[in-house]
Ligand binder design. Sequence first.
Ligand code: SAM
Ligand code: SF4
Ligand code: SF4
Length: 336
Amino acid sequence: MTVITDKFGRPMKDLRISVIDRCNFRCRYCMPKEIFGRDFVFMPKEQLLSFEEIEHIAKLFVDLGIKKIRLTGGEPLLRRDLPVLIEKLVRIEGVEDIGLTTNGSLLFNMAQKLKDAGLKRVNVSLDALDNTLFKSINDSGVGPEKILKGIEKAKEVGLEVKVNMVVKKGMNDEEIVPMAMYFKEQGIALRYIEFMDVGQSNGWNFNKVVTKKEIFQELSKHFEMEAVDPAYVGEVAKRYRYIGTNTEVGFITSVSNSFCSSCTRARIAADGKMYNCLFAENGFDFRQSLRSKKTDEEIKKEIMSIWSNRTDRYSDERTEESAKHKKKIEMSYIGG
Ligand code: SAM
Ligand code: SF4
Ligand code: SF4
């Protein structure tokens, strides 16, 4: 079994692939309209990796030890024939798990096709149940009802669903408890994500982060919860279970309790650039490698060299200064 480790001994185990940099939402913490407005230039189609290219690069990563693949974006369901890609990835020998992260706005119509293609699980992002608030967060006029219908449909067709909620102080703290109540009732795992300083445009500072501790304290006023052991070494979410149920609630503590020491994720952006970290500045252009006449062995050597030289641990080292001044790529481009 191939295992490539980086400079800190972290194995390369998971691959996140962003399939598109565009999105039909303009979440204020991710793609604020002031930056991602009408004039913003997204990647032209020919710069995006084709499904064949994604399949090709994914195979090479799997040869090098990747077991889990997650598709993300931008909004991945904007690539309408995404099930075709899923079919291709499911067929790769050695892949144990394929996931999809989506804003859920197109899920209702896509759920069955995704399931038929072989997808097993989907993470749906939803930051509020309140109609006006949710519309103001996504800044695109889409209400929560549409996302909830998508979630329901996904469950109905047999997909495992988790819901992700980014919590930002002053934005949606009021929704922490209503979201927990709703999804507990539905038997769906909800995960709270601490607001992060990704990209250059989301106006982040420490004061806007609602930490796991704060969220947990708030939830404890309403629910009894017990810790759940991690399913595997390096699991990112800190998981709990509502006592007396099988329903879980989790926390992604990227700011208050970073987990760089167990970060095993490689990332491919929509244009085929590989990044070693969500907060990286530079990526390695695998589109170029795929479109030139390089052999698979040559490309694999490139991947190995990039991962084995990896020293990234941004969240462990984050300061207010680095958050403000470090040049970083945007979340919608690299895929979260
Ligand atoms: N559009 C899809 C979606 O929203 O699920 C997939 C891409 S989105 C970039 C992936 C995840 O990143 C979403 O759950 C989103 O809420 C999260 N995200 C975006 N910006 C973030 C930020 N500044 N801090 C924490 N999470 C963020
Ligand atoms: Fe789009 Fe997802 Fe970013 Fe929201 S979080 S703007 S849905 S990419
Ligand atoms: Fe991994 Fe970078 Fe996040 Fe640390 S900051 S957990 S290295 S992606």
